[in-house]
Design a protein around this ligand. Structure first.
Ligand code: AVJ
Ligand code: FE
Length: 438
């Protein structure tokens, strides 16, 4: 393990993370028109402009007001940008992009002054929380933009393109795929035994703590996330018309929603080896039943992604303990590519149990309700995790192509209501018994 960093290098690391995260946030807004900034493509999600202001508000609340004891810099924004200030439908009367940038930059300038003098030993967890808070709102901004783009392209008036497609050659991905033949149906046997679930590092969020030994019986889990090609066979077999694959609540949901395919569904088979995404938990659950499998529990997912049985230790990332970078070629995250990649594109990203794509590409629904681990303590406020321990939210693991590296690790827990399909979520299947691939 890394020895405890000295005070000044902790500050240096936080200063650097703040400085790396913010330009990525701002890049999402580059050249954005006012209509996009304020529009609300779906009533369950706030406009992207609101998320930008809320990032500034949250930083100001925790670092300037709570930690440094400073007065609120922009009291006029308190009600608008507080998480519990206004209903989502009233979050459309926003300052414009320029005014919001002024807010963001003014707060950040003060925040950096505070970092200079902060008691970082006491506050490190909070600073790391805020970097992850911004990262998570970036992902929400990403899918709200995706929804706007989808709606725009329906009426064919798309003018503004926010995708920053990467210069990383897709050629190296193609080469990686040719190295070995991939059976995308393959399941991996995970032998019975204990593993360690959770995270107790300084950047752990309240819901990840504490690390706990968990025993699991032998199970089987898909080596790859379910692909568009595989999912098409469910659609073509009439999966959306046949209640036998659906849970009772899932079938009810389907009757109300009347959908017949995932939300982000490509009309082209060149995407067949990409993961399916834009599915609700109900669709993931139905597909799993269709192929004679089930969704993995969160513990099953986490063991397969992070446990190194040989070394008898937990890895932070599937491949080890080094965070992914633009060069590391071990997962598709951070919008570096700007879209999904084939599920077998990152051999260097395999877990100890040889699963592909557990981090990045698409979030993966699990069978588990979002709940607390042993000795849970709310941090920094009960509205962050605790109010969602309500048996109404399912856990998602692994992060997507849009997830910032600060919110990407095998222990990270995301949660949404099972009906949500706007997020970048797909899934992989599991089984307690071996499934013969006939
Ligand atoms: C973990 C993505 C469900 O959006 O409510 C942001 C993240 N919490 N600000 C959410 C979050 C507070 C959270 N999710
Ligand atoms: Fe927030």
């Amino acid at each position: 393990m890394i020895s405890k960093l000295s005070k000044s290098s902790v500050k240096q690391a936080i200063f650097q993370a703040l400085g790396e995260c913010r330009p990525k946030t701002m890049a999402l807004f580059e050249g954005m028109d006012d209509v996009t900034f304020r529009s609300q493509p779906h009533p369950d999600f706030s406009p992207v402009g609101w998320h930008l202001g809320h990032i500034a508000y949250t930083e100001s609340l925790w670092l300037l007001e709570h930690s440094a004891g400073l007065p609120c810099l922009f009291p006029q924004y308190r009600k608008l940008f507080a998480a519990d200030g206004l209903p989502k439908s009233e979050r459309v009367q926003l300052p414009n992009l320029e005014e919001t940038y002024y807010y963001l930059n003014t707060v950040r300038k003060k925040v950096l002054e505070c970092l200079e003098i902060a008691d970082i030993e006491e506050q490190e967890r909070l600073w790391r929380f805020l970097i992850q808070h911004e990262s998570q709102h970036c992902e929400i901004i990403s899918f709200v933009l995706e929804l706007i783009n989808a709606q725009k392209s329906i009426v064919n008036t798309q003018k503004w393109k926010y995708q920053h497609h990467s210069i990383i050659p897709t050629l190296s991905l193609a080469i990686a795929q040719q190295e070995t033949a991939h059976n995308l149906e393959e399941m991996i046997q995970i032998p019975a035994g204990e593993f360690e679930q959770g995270n107790d590092s300084i950047d752990a969020l309240d819901n990840e703590r504490i690390v706990c030994k968990v025993y699991l019986d032998t199970y089987y889990i898909d080596r790859y996330p379910v692909t568009c090609g595989q999912y098409r066979s469910f659609i073509e077999a009439g999966g959306y018309q046949n209640p036998c694959w659906w849970s009772e609540l899932g079938w009810q949901w389907l009757q109300t929603e009347q959908v017949t395919q995932p939300l982000y569904w490509p009309n082209n088979c060149i995407w067949d080896d990409h993961p399916v995404y834009g599915v609700s938990w109900y669709e993931a659950d139905a597909y799993s039943r269709f192929v004679g499998k089930r969704l993995p529990t969160e513990a099953e997912w986490e063991k397969a992604a992070s446990w190194d049985a040989k070394a008898n230790r937990r890895r932070t990332y599937p491949w080890g303990d080094e965070a992914p970078t633009a060069q590391s070629q071990n997962c598709n995250c951070d919008r570096l590519i700007g879209k999904t990649t084939p599920v077998n594109a990152y051999p260097a990203g395999q877990s100890a149990y040889s699963l592909y794509d557990t981090l990045g590409n698409v979030w993966e629904w699990t069978a588990s309700w979002f709940g607390s681990y042993k000795n849970f303590q709310s941090y920094p406020y009960i509205g962050y995790s605790q109010v969602y321990f309500d048996q109404k939210h399912r856990v998602l693991k692994g992060g997507s192509w849009a997830t910032r590296p600060w919110a990407l690790r095998s222990s990270f827990r995301n949660w949404y209501h099972p009906s949500v399909r706007q997020i970048f979520a797909g899934f992989r299947c599991a089984s307690s018994k071996i499934i013969s691939a006939d």
